[in-house]
Every structure is written in structure tokens, then in C-alpha cells.
Design a protein around this ligand. Structure first.
Ligand SMILES: Cc1cc2nc3c(=O)[nH]c(=O)nc-3n(C[C@H](O)[C@H](O)[C@H](O)COP(=O)(O)O)c2cc1C
Length: 192
């Protein structure tokens, strides 16, 4: 196949939609959408953040925040908080249909609707010349909504209705069909 060469672009796909929730100085909630990031160790996540975001000043001050993975039904609110800044509208979270509870572990809000929530502390800040900087998030705990667990208490991906961000066409997409079993379908080729 002939390859077409292109300049570097932030298109690694798909990206998890990471919803970062923090407390503002007055105790109200701020929430932002962050798609550029990922998991780099059992209990370490990385986020690529623009320093201008209100979330950044909150998480540098509090050193605590949560990262929620949203279900498709809440995507309009997730997009809204990704296009309106708490710097401009400090009441933006109140305009969503989402609900915040206080984390029992950290000084950070937990969004009730998100099926999975990572309760995080700020581990490290890594300066980055283009995007602003990267934040290493230490995962202290993971919260699962009860209704996304199976009868044995294990997280059930089918019940979560998670969705993802496609940076190639700027769309939100649903989790797709199972194609094959990982760490297993390749066994058929072993010993050939
Ligand atoms: C789909 C989507 C993905 C985004 N991903 C990021 C990201 O990875 N990093 C970032 O700094 N901003 C990202 N943003 C932009 C912020 O969410 C946005 O600027 C937000 O208004 C910041 O809110 P705050 O100022 O209240 O913290 C994204 C926005 C959308 C809609």
C-alpha cells in the first residue's frame, strides 16, 4: 500500500473522554473535558492540559481532582463544559444536568452520573512546549457506579455505554462491537 506523508497531528485514535472535576476556590464545582491523555501505569494517568484552563489553577491549588469516564447519554453536557471555561462562566457546571457529590477520600467532586471515576492526586507536572503541560495523576481509588457491575460485582463494559472522542473527525463515538478476545485470539498463530 502506498503511504501518504503528513505532518505530526494530535490524532491518536480513539481517545478516552476524561472529565476532570475540581473545586473552585469558593467550593463550587468546575468540570472540563480532556481527551488527550492516557494510562501509563497501574495507578498513573497522564493528561495534556492547556495552562489557561480554570481546571488547571484548581488542580494546582487543591492537588486533588477526579477523572470521570462519561456515558453517551451525558455527552451534550460533557461537550458543553469542554467549550465553555470556568474563567468566563464560573457557574457553568450548574447549567448541566450532572450532579456532584463530595469524594470521601479527597477534596474533589465526584460526578454521580459517570459510571467510572478515578480519584486522583497531583503526582507531577511536566512542562510541554506546545500544549502547555502534562499532569501525572496518581490514582488513589476507582469508583464504579453499582449499576454497571455484573452479578459477581465485576465492572461490565456492556452496562456502561461509554463513548469516546475521535480526533480524526472531531466526533464522539460509542463503544463498538467485540471483534475478538484479547491475549487469546493470537494464540491460534502460535507455533506456526
Ligand atoms: C472533545 C474535547 C476534548 C478536549 N480535550 C482537551 C485536552 O485534552 N486538554 C485541554 O487542555 N483541553 C481540552 N479541551 C478543552 C477544554 O475542555 C475547555 O477549554 C474547557 O472549557 C476548559 O474549562 P475550564 O477553563 O473551566 O477548566 C477539550 C474540549 C473538548 C470539547
Amino acid at each position: 500500500m502506498k503511504k501518504i506523508i503528513a505532518k505530526p497531528q494530535p490524532i491518536l485514535s480513539p481517545q478516552t473522554i476524561q472529565m476532570i472535576a475540581t473545586y473552585n476556590e469558593d467550593g463550587s464545582v468546575d468540570l472540563m473535558n480532556a481527551a488527550w491523555g492516557g494510562q501509563i501505569d497501574n495507578d498513573l494517568l497522564i493528561l495534556s492540559l492547556d495552562k489557561s484552563h480554570h481546571t488547571v489553577s484548581n488542580l494546582l491549588r487543591e492537588k486533588a481532582f477526579t477523572i470521570g469516564l462519561p456515558a453517551a447519554k451525558d455527552i451534550v453536557d460533557c461537550d458543553f463544559v469542554g467549550i465553555v471555561s470556568g474563567n468566563v462562566d464560573p457557574t457553568k457546571f450548574e447549567k448541566t444536568d450532572l450532579h456532584a457529590e463530595s469524594s470521601e477520600k479527597l477534596h474533589a467532586p465526584v460526578i454521580a452520573e459517570f459510571p467510572i471515576t478515578f480519584e486522583c492526586t497531583l503526582e507531577e507536572v511536566i512542562e510541554n512546549e506546545t500544549m502547555g503541560f502534562c499532569v501525572l495523576a496518581r490514582v488513589e481509588d476507582i469508583l464504579f457506579n453499582e449499576d454497571v457491575l455484573d452479578e459477581k460485582g465485576r465492572p461490565d463494559i456492556e452496562k456502561m455505554n461509554l463513548c469516546f472522542f475521535s480526533p480524526i473527525d472531531h466526533s464522539y463515538r460509542a463503544y463498538g462491537d467485540v471483534v475478538a478476545k484479547a491475549f487469546s485470539c493470537g494464540l491460534a498463530k502460535k507455533g506456526k
